[in-house]
Write a protein that binds this ligand. Structure first.
Ligand SMILES: Cc1cc2nc3c(=O)[nH]c(=O)nc-3n(C[C@H](O)[C@H](O)[C@H](O)COP(=O)(O)OP(=O)(O)OC[C@H]3O[C@@H](n4cnc5c(N)ncnc54)[C@H](O)[C@@H]3O)c2cc1C
Length: 539
């Protein structure tokens, strides 16, 4: 197998991956260079579809304060957000946003030149910055990708997927194995800093706002290398994805900012219903709005509810939401006059690889930032627009940490270890799987049995089915292509979600159990780790 060495290897090219690459390149001397591996094209990610914006607790915004942002985040997180982490990220957000501006990100401004802030659900003041109205992710990613592409210290390899981590007996990560989809070859890459910025896992669900690549790869890799995985039961279902027909599976998001600007939820007859569920109505925390819509759908046997945006001034609607207006128009909906059909869809993975604010995981030399990581910021329910902030704030801190860490020259790993984990020794997968069908069956199972409202009975059905599927799709065989690797990863992530959901015998935040309504007083993170006999255990 071919091999190469880099000072730092970044897996993923969303907001977290691109920003850490730029920060490392500008802050450190890395003699062996920086490598970005990305399994699609540069920048294709959840990040580039982000609409609403990014939280910035800016010193110049006199309406806002760290205290207020921390209080909002903790309230949404339903008792599971880590206050120290939240405060830290909130405090550095001013520096990070200003740094993004210096990287070329052009946040929207008023005619007087001051930054525009918007409001989203469960925020107590306007503190969300946006780009191009509702194209914040695209704006951030194109500015960062342009800089990364021009940086001579950074090598970019597209269509390259990390498929295994190299971890020695001392629990140190020494690099990874990568699969190149175009050449159909595997390669070993040695490095002193392996940085996972691989995003979330929305694709394990039938209906999702996430693009195809969000298959939880980083979580699978870290879990199989022995890292601690945290809070996987907390999957955020966004309340308002465009629901054109039950056949449309990857669902276009109708940003929360539309409700922030005054749109109201109704049933098919135009009756508003949110007052029944929460005193903040449409601006209640996301999990509450999702369950309200879900409940109304069940009661009325409907496939969707409606979002009435015609209450927003026409000119403002066009200026603030050009992407959403155009997408709906393409589908025959003029949002200034016609209610938008909406239904919940899997949106954000709150849990993931347990990591500190600097991205440190339970394995030395392995770092995780962005949606694949679980720092404790989001708790049981992410506050809108905190995720892009977490991506860049943790990248900012990781670059700082690594610049003092004296990275060693990357070293090769013992052959004996390679033999046990590498793909050298694995037999080829000889069964001709129909991966599309397998993926779809798993997604249906997760939606039906591990969805918005869960019961023990359903969770056990899902657990038994997934265990069988894992046995059938043996990990100890070499996958033939990217889709097979993704399916392998989706199976691991699905089992992690199910096991954590079975273990949490309460309803909290996004984890809603029909059989356990109560909140336990002693609220703890759920940490899962792989034991020596390869079973999942709580730790
Ligand atoms: C439609 C939508 C709207 C959103 N709106 C907002 C918003 O307004 N505000 C907000 O704060 N958050 C929003 N979010 C959430 C936010 O966009 C994400 O949480 C965040 O962008 C994640 O960034 P990331 O860099 O961690 O991962 P991503 O942006 O998902 O990037 C992951 C990268 O890793 C690559 N990758 C994955 N696995 C591998 C592998 N094995 N090998 C190589 N490469 C790999 C992917 O191809 C991709 O490039 C939204 C999400 C969606 C889907």
């Amino acid at each position: 197998m071919k091999h190469s060495e880099y000072s730092a290897v970044i897996v993923g090219s969303g907001a977290a991956g691109l920003y850490i690459a730029l920060k490392l390149s500008s802050q450190m001397s890395l003699p062996d260079g920086i490598l970005i591996l990305t399994k699609s094209t540069l920048g294709e990610s959840n990040s580039c579809y982000a609409q609403g914006g990014i939280v910035g607790v800016l010193k110049q915004n006199i309406e806002d304060s760290v205290e207020s942002h921390v209080a909002d985040t903790l309230r949404a997180g339903a008792g599971l957000s880590d206050e120290r982490v939240t405060r830290y990220i909130s405090e550095i957000s001013d520096d990070v946003i200003n740094d993004l501006i210096s990287c070329g990100v052009q946040f929207d401004k008023s005619s007087s030149g001051s930054l525009n802030y918007t409001l989203e659900a469960a925020h107590s003041c306007r503190r969300i910055l946006h780009v191009g109205g509702d194209a914040t992710g695209k704006g951030i990613i194109s500015a960062l990708a342009e800089k990364v592409s021009a940086d001579p210290n950074i090598t970019i390899v597209e269509n390259a997927m990390a498929v295994e981590l190299l971890v020695n007996n001392e629990k140190e990560c020494k690099g990874l194995i990568c699969y190149n989809e175009l050449t159909n070859e595997h390669e070993i890459i040695y490095t002193s800093a392996t940085i996972l910025a691989t995003g979330g896992a929305g694709q394990v669900y039938k209906y999702t706002t996430n693009p195809d690549g969000a298959t939880g790869d980083g979580i699978d890799l870290a879990y199989n290398a022995g890292a601690i995985i945290q809070d996987m039961e907390f999957i955020q279902f966004h309340p308002t994805a465009l629901a054109l027909s039950p056949k449309s599976k990857n669902r276009f998001l109708i940003s929360e900012a539309v409700r922030g600007e005054g749109a109201r939820l109704t049933d098919a007859s135009g009756r508003e219903f949110m007052a029944k569920y929460h005193d903040r109505r449409e601006l209640a925390p996301r999990d509450i709005v999702t369950r309200a819509i879900y409940n109304e759908m069940q009661l009325s046997h409907s496939a969707n509810m409606f979002l009435n945006a015609s209450l927003i001034d026409k000119a403002r609607l066009k200026l603030r939401f050009p992407t959403i207006s155009n997408k709906c128009k393409e589908n025959g909906i003029d949002i200034s006059s016609t209610p938008i059909p909406v239904a919940p869809a899997a949106h954000y993975t709150m849990g993931g690889i347990k990591a500190s604010v600097e991205g440190k995981t339970s394995i030395a030399g392995l770092y995780a930032i962005g949606e694949t990581a679980s720092t404790g910021l989001h708790g049981a329910n992410r506050l809108a627009s905190n995720s892009l902030l977490e991506c860049v704030a943790c990248a900012y801190e990781l670059a700082d940490y690594l610049s003092f860490a004296n990275l060693e020259t990357p070293k090769k790993i013992d052959q004996s270890i390679l033999d046990t984990i590498s793909l050298y020794s694995l037999p080829i997968n000889e069964i001709d799987y129909n991966i599309d069908v397998l993926k779809q069956n798993l997604k249906n199972l997760m939606w039906d049995k591990v969805g918005i409202i869960r019961t023990e009975e359903d969770l056990f059905v899902a657990q038994n089915t997934i265990k069988k599927l894992i046995k059938e799709f043996n990990r100890n065989r070499k996958c033939l292509n990217k889709e097979e690797y993704e399916y392998r990863n989706m199976l691991t992530v699905s089992l992690l979600i199910v096991n954590a959901a079975i273990n949490r015998k309460e309803s909290r935040g996004a984890h809603s159990r029909a059989d356990y309504k109560v909140l336990l007083e002693n609220c703890q993170h759920s940490n899962l780790v792989k034991s020596k006999n390869k079973e999942l255990v709580l730790c």
